[in-house]
Every structure is written in C-alpha cells, then in structure tokens.
Design a protein around this ligand. Structure first.
Ligand SMILES: C[S@@+](CC[C@H](N)C(=O)[O-])C[C@H]1O[C@@H](n2cnc3c(N)ncnc32)[C@H](O)[C@@H]1O
Length: 249
C-alpha cells in the first residue's frame, strides 16, 4: 500500500462516529432528491488516466467515518471545504494563492475529478485533496462539527425551473448542516450568476441563526476568488454574478 493511501485511510478518526445532532436535521428529501445528475459527459484520455492512477495519491475514499484533517493533509492548518469544484480551475488558483491553508474538494463528476487530479499532480498542490462523492453524505458523515475554517460553493447548478428548485444545494436544512461544521468565525462563501438563486442564497443564509452576513446584502467579490471563464463570457453578454459571504457567530 502506498504511503499516500495509508495516510488517507488512517485519516478517518472514528470507526463509529456518534450520531450527531445534524443527522437528525437532515431534510427528508436529501439522499433521494439529488442536487446533481450523473452526466455522461466526454472524458478525455488524460482525465481517465488520472482517475486510474492518481486517486490513491490525492483522493480520500468516501467512508461514513469522521476525518482527521491533520492526518489527511499531514500538517495542522485551517481547512476549507469546496463543494462542486467542477473542472477545478478556481480551486487550483485559490489553493496556489492560499498555500498555507488546506482545501478539501468534493465533486461527483468523473471528468472534473480527473481534471482536478491532473491539476494537483502537475502543480504539486500538496494542500488539496479530493473526495468523489455526494457532498451531502460527506458533510453528514465525514466532516466533524466545528472543524472547518471555510466553505466555498461556487456556481452550484442553478436548477432554473421552479419544479426543480428542490434540487438546489443551498436550502435551509443543508445550510444548517454546513454551519454546524464551521468553526466559530469560519465563513461560507457562495457565488452564482443566476439572480433568483442569488436571492435564495441570501435569504437562506440570512435565516440561519448560526450565521451572520459579512456585508449589507450581497458581498463584493473577494479578491481570492478568480473570475471564471463562464463569468467572463457572461459579463460580455451583460450578465451579473453575486457573492454572499457569511460568518459563523
Ligand atoms: C455548475 S457546476 C460549477 C462548477 C465550479 N464550481 C465552477 O464554478 O465552475 C456545479 C458542480 O457541482 C457538482 N455537484 C452538484 N451537486 C453536488 C453534490 N451534491 N456533491 C458533489 N458535487 C456536486 C456538479 O457535479 C457540478 O460539477
């Protein structure tokens, strides 16, 4: 077994995690109504090769057991969770900029995970690890309470049709689970280019008693978040994007 694999396997803190308060707060629909669809998107040979060869080195297998971040990253540093990193472009830039922090990226999409593995390997981003699994399960079963310095959720699937709004990730029960896993003073930063979802994000985060807004309404885009290709294209078409940044009180 490789050193890296041993590291990730032993990073699990507790074989029998206590049933936390959060697990009883789960939305009855989470677990059945998913925030993603399994895309049969094209995967490049390079992405497939990364999935075949780099998972053991940079990914943590999903297990319903709490993680020890110090063991996962082999150092003591603040840990930021990112949900739905897509192709990993933003994650890579932020992890390079903020190399003194750990980044744990959760994504389900094969091509995205393959692309991110290649980014980590090519840039030797020692401060990034991946879990390929539904973030709702990861939050519920792998992330200890009061453990995260931050959470990033950038351009989550907007599910624009009203009948699909129930699939949106940012809903009160899930935000409560997230807030419980932040340390006091930790932040949650969401961004979207879908106005109706931006309003939902602001409303849902404002109603969560564990969180407080860092701005009056929407926040200015923090400097560490790069403008994505989609955003750049959208701005040219006259679209906007919105950031919300809340802190745990
Ligand atoms: C619209 S993309 C945005 C990707 C990236 N954050 C960006 O800004 O380009 C949303 C991503 O979230 C992922 N996703 C949605 N729900 C998820 C979940 N429950 N767990 C993990 N990933 C999820 C999807 O697979 C998709 O890649």
């Amino acid at each position: 077994m490789s050193k890296e694999l041993q590291g990730t396997t032993s990073a699990v803190a507790d074989k029998n995690p206590q049933k936390t308060e959060s697990s009883t707060h789960q939305h009855p629909n989470f677990g059945r109504i998913r925030s993603f669809v399994h895309r049969r998107a094209h995967i490049t040979p390079g992405q497939q090769q990364a999935l075949d060869t780099l998972m053991q080195k940079w990914a943590i297998p999903y297990q319903a057991e709490l993680l020890h971040f110090d063991t996962v990253f082999q150092r003591h540093a603040p840990t930021i969770l990112e949900i739905g990193f897509g192709m990993g472009e933003t994650t890579e830039k932020i992890a390079q900029l903020r190399h003194e922090e750990n980044f744990l990226g959760v994504e389900v999409f094969n091509a995205g995970v393959g692309a991110m593995l290649n980014r980590i390997e090519n840039s030797q981003l020692n401060n990034v690890r991946i879990i390929q699994h539904d973030a709702v399960d990861v939050i519920n079963h792998m992330i200890p309470l009061d453990s995260l310095a931050g959470i990033h959720i950038y351009f989550p699937d907007p599910w624009p049709k009203k009948r699909h709004h129930k699939r949106r990730l940012i809903q009160a029960p899930f935000v409560h689970l997230l807030a419980q896993r932040l340390q006091k003073g930790g932040y949650i930063h969401c961004a979207t280019d879908w106005e109706n979802y931006a309003e939902q994000m602001l409303a849902v985060l404002s109603e969560e008693p564990l969180l407080e807004n860092t701005a009056e309404g929407f926040a200015p885009k923090p400097d560490y978040r790069p403008q994505t290709k989609f955003e750049t294209r959208g701005f040219r078409l006259g679209h906007h994007s919105w950031d919300v940044v809340f802190k745990k009180v």
